[in-house]
Ligand binder design. Structure first.
Ligand SMILES: [Zn+2]
Length: 318
């Protein structure tokens, strides 16, 4: 394990050409990344939420990429904490799924900057979650190559598979699989120690995406947030998703209002994960998929409801 001076994360050597950049915390915006180092070139899985974080990570990686510079970046999906740092790799080929690329735009950064300046409760919520990041100077640098299905890359002699598995967490999720290392980079299909959040769904699609990972010959699984795990981590995330989908569907079928469903679904052992309030978005997602007329909650509304949920939340004794 490498222990660098960067205060945000640490580069872990996983073996067989694979590394994981693991943030010190699993919460909002503090994302992981991956590095696959071949003979003469390397592949970076995801950039980070701002330029300072991404630059610090690249500086930590420099000792292992000196003879194998990063030639390829793969963005696992279109949330800013996985691609806002792309411009620092402007010389590289940048790969994402067609659907992820369609969601990347300069307005993502601008709306976040505006939200940080917003008055009142919404501004306070955004500042509480994202006030520690610096979004100045970010010019969205979109993918130079997009794909659907699966592509195989040769990164300095290391075979790398990029596989679309969305929509799940977002519209365009992909996983990055290195068969020779029995390692997969799962992006935000996996939050370890933090609650998953379904922005796109349907959640049943995410459950299937977990099966896709479980079907791979892997022993090391790098999540988008939280510590490196294995198939047990995938199974636990899948168990939460299947549970919430089942419980929310039951509430919907009983005609219970959305608010009542959120308040009435016990989190049990999953309640020890950080950000339990993401249940709000997950239940809303189930209701939206069951009833196309169910109104989409605005970003502002979701943030407020998550904050309210967490202010009152007490994990159960297990
Ligand atoms: Zn993320």
């Amino acid at each position: 394990m490498r222990q660098g001076p960067c205060g945000h994360g640490r580069l872990h050597e996983l073996g067989n050409a694979c590394y994981a950049w693991v943030a010190h915390e699993a919460g909002w915006g503090y994302s992981n990344a991956g590095l696959i180092v071949g003979e003469s070139s390397s592949l970076l899985v995801d950039t980070l939420f701002d330029l300072n974080l991404t630059a610090a990570m690249l500086a930590e990686m420099a000792s292992v990429t000196r003879d194998s510079p990063i030639s390829t970046v793969v963005n696992t999906h279109a949330n800013g904490d996985h691609y806002f740092g792309n411009q620092l790799l402007g010389h590289a080929e940048i790969i994402a799924s067609v659907n992820a690329a369609a969601h990347m735009s300069q307005s993502d950064v601008e709306s976040l900057r505006a939200d940080l300046q917003a008055p009142g409760v919404h501004g306070d919520n955004v500042r509480r979650l994202f006030g520690g990041f610096d979004f100045d100077g970010i010019t969205i640098t979109p993918p130079t190559r997009t794909f659907e299905g699966e592509i195989r890359l040769d990164i300095g002699g290391v075979e790398v598979h990029c596989i679309t598995v969305g929509p799940a967490h977002t519209d365009g999720d992909i996983i990055v699989y290195v068969p020779s290392a029995r390692t997969v980079y799962a992006g935000d299909l996996l939050f370890i120690g933090a609650t998953p959040v379904a922005w796109a769904g349907p959640i049943s699609g995410w459950v299937k995406a977990c099966d896709r990972i479980l079907d791979l010959d892997v022993e090391t699984v790098v999540p988008g947030h939280g510590p490196v795990t294995d198939k047990a981590g995938v199974q636990e995330t899948q168990a939460y998703l299947a549970y919430v989908e089942r419980a929310a569907t039951e509430c919907f079928n009983q005609g219970r209002p959305f608010e009542e469903a959120v308040a009435g679904i016990p989190l049990g052992r999953f309640g020890v994960w950080s950000e339990p309030g993401r249940l709000v978005q997950n239940v809303a997602n189930v209701y939206q998929h069951l009833d196309p007329a169910f109104p989409r909650l605005s970003h502002i509304d979701v943030m407020k409801r998550m904050g309210d949920f967490e202010a009152d939340f007490v994990p159960e004794e297990s």
